[in-house]
Design a protein around this ligand. Structure first.
Ligand SMILES: C[S@@+](CC[C@H](N)C(=O)[O-])C[C@H]1O[C@@H](n2cnc3c(N)ncnc32)[C@H](O)[C@@H]1O
Length: 488
C-alpha cells in the first residue's frame, strides 16, 4: 500500500495536524477488509474549500491499461481537514462494501461516466451565471463575496492605472512612429457585473485628460460574456461610457467566433477570475501509466431523500427535476412543476439544495496515447508529455477551457498588444503534489486553479512570452497576474 500525504505544511507549524490520529481509523478499516492492499493507494489532501464535491473519504478505481492482465488498482482519497468530523472506520467499510456491490450504495446519478470537463457540474456552473439574479436574490449575497478577498481584484483602481499607464506608453511610442491605428481596441472576457470595466474606463478617462492624449475618443471597449444577464448588469454599470463600449455574448473558450474581425487589432485582452471557472479535466501519471479522470455527478441517497421529502416526491424524482432545472432554468421549472415549485423562490431553493449536496465520483481511465487526447481545439495531448514525465506520480489539471480561451485570444492581439489575466494559477507543476487545487464550489460556481506551466508552454509555442507575478495590490493574496506578449 502506498500512502501519499500532499499537504505537508499542515504537518508542522503552530498547530500541526495529528496525521496518525486522522489516518489511523482509515488504515485500520482498510486492513480489516479483504481488499488487496498491494493494489491500494491512499491519497490525502487538505481541501480548503468548505463547499466541494468530495466526501471525507472517496474511493476511485484506476482502470487497467488495455493489454495488461491487471484488474486495476484502487485509490482511497482522504480529506484530512474533515477527518476528525466523521466516524471514518464505518464509512470506509461502507465504501468498500458499496464498491463491491454498487447497487447497494443508493447513489442517485445525474449522468453516466464522462470526462470531467464534460460533466453536468459545468451545466450548473453555466446556469449560475445565466440566472445569477435569481441565485443572488435567494442567497442575499452577491457573487463577488465568494471570490478570494471577498471582492474582485478587478475593482482595484491602482492596478487599473498601472495597466493603463503601460498601455499609454505603447501607444505613445507607436504614435511617434505614425503607426498607431485610429481604433484602439480593448477586450474583456467574462465581465461579471461590469464594475471592473467601469473602474478601468473611469481611470482611463482621468489619465487621458490629465495627460492630454485624446485616446479615449478612439477607444473601443468590448465586454464579452456568455451570460446575457451578466452583460445587462455590466452595460448598466458602464452607462457613462456607453459610446465607447459594446457587448458580445460569446463563449470565452472560443473568442474568435465573434471577435475574428479583430485579428491583430486588440491592444489589451483582459480577463479576471474567469480561467479558473472554465471546464477542465485532470490527468495523472500513476506508476508507468498515464490516465485522465472521468467523473459522474451524484446525490447521496440521504441527500436525495432529504430534498425529496421537502418536495413530497419520490427520491428518484430528484435527479429528474435537477435535469429539468438545468435544461429549463428556475423560471420555467415553476411552470412545468407548479405543485413542487409554486414560485421562483422555491425553484431557487431546490437548485441550492441540489448544488450543495452534489458530489463527484471519479475514476482514472488509461490514456491510450497522449496524441489521442485533445487538450483544446487543435492542441494535442502530446503537449502534456514533458509535464507528466517529470519525476514520479502526479495528478494535475489540464485547464482545457483556459488553454482553449488563451489559444484563441492570442490571434486577436496586436503585435504590441498583451493578454492580462488575474487568477489562481499553479506556476510550478510540483505544486500539484503539495496542495489541493480544486475543484471547489464558490457559491453556485466552480473554481479550479489554472495550470500556469501549460499556458506558458502553449504561449511559447505560439511565440509569446508568458509571465506570472503576484497581484501587486493586495498583500497576501493567492491571485497572480499573468501577462502574455509577443516574444522580443
Ligand atoms: C467570477 S466572474 C468574474 C467577473 C469579473 N471578471 C471579476 O473579476 O469580477 C466569472 C465571469 O465569467 C463568465 N464566464 C464563465 N464562463 C464563461 C464562458 N465559458 N464564456 C464566457 N463567459 C464566461 C461568467 O458569466 C462571469 O461573468
Amino acid at each position: 500500500m502506498r500512502v501519499d500525504v500532499r499537504p505537508t505544511k499542515k504537518l508542522r507549524g503552530d498547530k500541526p495536524m495529528n496525521l496518525t490520529e486522522a489516518l489511523g481509523p482509515i488504515i485500520d478499516a482498510l486492513c480489516a477488509d479483504s481488499v488487496d492492499l498491494s493494489r491500494l493507494r491512499v491519497v490525502c489532501d487538505w481541501i480548503q474549500y468548505r463547499n466541494n464535491f468530495r466526501d471525507v473519504v472517496d474511493l476511485r478505481q484506476i482502470l487497467p491499461p488495455t493489454g495488461t492482465r491487471s484488474t486495476g488498482d484502487l485509490e482511497v482519497a482522504v480529506d484530512l481537514r474533515r477527518c476528525g468530523e466523521e466516524a471514518l472506520a464505518a464509512q470506509v467499510a461502507d465504501m468498500l462494501r458499496e464498491f463491491n456491490d454498487p447497487a447497494s450504495s443508493g447513489r442517485h446519478y445525474l449522468e453516466d461516466w464522462t470526462a470531467t470537463s464534460a460533466s453536468r457540474i459545468w451545466d450548473f456552473n453555466a446556469l449560475y451565471w445565466r440566472e445569477l439574479g435569481i441565485w443572488e436574490e435567494s442567497t442575499g449575497q452577491q457573487y463577488e463575496q465568494a471570490l478570494p478577498g471577498g471582492q474582485s481584484d478587478a475593482r482595484n483602481a491602482k492596478a487599473a492605472r498601472d495597466l493603463i499607464g503601460e498601455l499609454f506608453q505603447v501607444w505613445d511610442s507607436l504614435a511617434e512612429r505614425n503607426s498607431l491605428p485610429d481604433e484602439l481596441y480593448v477586450v474583456e472576457l467574462g465581465v461579471g457585473n461590469g464594475i471592473q470595466a467601469k473602474t478601468w474606463l473611469d481611470e482611463f478617462v482621468a489619465m487621458d485628460r490629465a495627460l492630454g492624449r485624446d485616446y479615449y475618443r478612439r477607444l473601443h471597449y468590448l465586454m464579452c460574456d456568455y451570460s446575457e444577464h451578466v452583460l445587462a448588469l455590466a452595460r448598466a454599470n458602464v452607462a457613462d461610457h456607453i459610446q465607447h463600449v459594446s457587448s458580445f455574448a460569446l463563449d470565452a473558450t472560443a473568442p474568435t467566433t465573434a471577435l475574428g474581425f479583430l485579428r491583430y487589432k486588440v491592444f489589451l485582452a483582459y480577463i479576471s477570475n474567469v480561467y479558473d471557472n472554465l471546464p477542465t479535466d485532470e490527468v495523472a501519471r500513476i506508476g508507468d501509466h498515464t490516465y485522465y479522470t472521468q467523473a459522474r455527478a451524484y446525490l447521496a441517497d440521504q441527500d436525495a431523500r432529504r430534498i425529496a421529502a421537502g418536495l413530497d416526491v419520490d427520491p428518484t424524482a430528484v435527479t429528474v427535476l435537477a435535469d429539468k432545472l438545468l435544461r429549463l432554468g428556475p423560471n420555467l421549472l415553476t411552470e412545468v412543476h407548479p405543485a413542487q415549485f409554486p414560485d421562483v423562490e422555491s425553484a431557487a431553493g431546490f437548485w441550492r439544495q441540489v448544488w450543495g449536496a452534489l458530489r463527484l465520483e471519479e475514476r482514472y481511465v488509461p490514456l491510450r496515447g497522449l496524441d489521442l487526447y485533445q487538450v483544446a481545439p487543435g492542441v494535442s495531448g502530446e503537449m502534456l508529455r514533458p509535464f507528466l514525465e517529470q519525476d514520479g506520480d502526479i495528478r494535475m489539471h489540464v485547464s482545457n477551457g483556459a488553454l482553449a480561451s488563451f489559444a484563441d485570444t492570442l490571434p486577436i492581439l496586436h503585435p504590441y498588444g498583451r493578454l492580462q489575466c488575474h487568477d489562481l494559477f499553479v506556476t510550478e507543476t510540483q505544486q500539484y503534489g503539495n496542495g489541493f487545487r480544486g475543484p471547489g464550489k464558490y457559491d453556485g460556481s466552480i473554481v479550479n486553479w489554472v495550470n500556469g506551466p501549460l499556458l506558458q508552454h502553449l504561449g511559447s509555442r505560439k511565440g509569446f512570452d508568458v509571465r506570472f507575478a503576484p497581484f501587486a495590490h493586495r498583500p497576501g493574496t493567492n491571485i497572480l497576474t499573468l501577462t502574455a506578449q509577443v516574444r522580443d
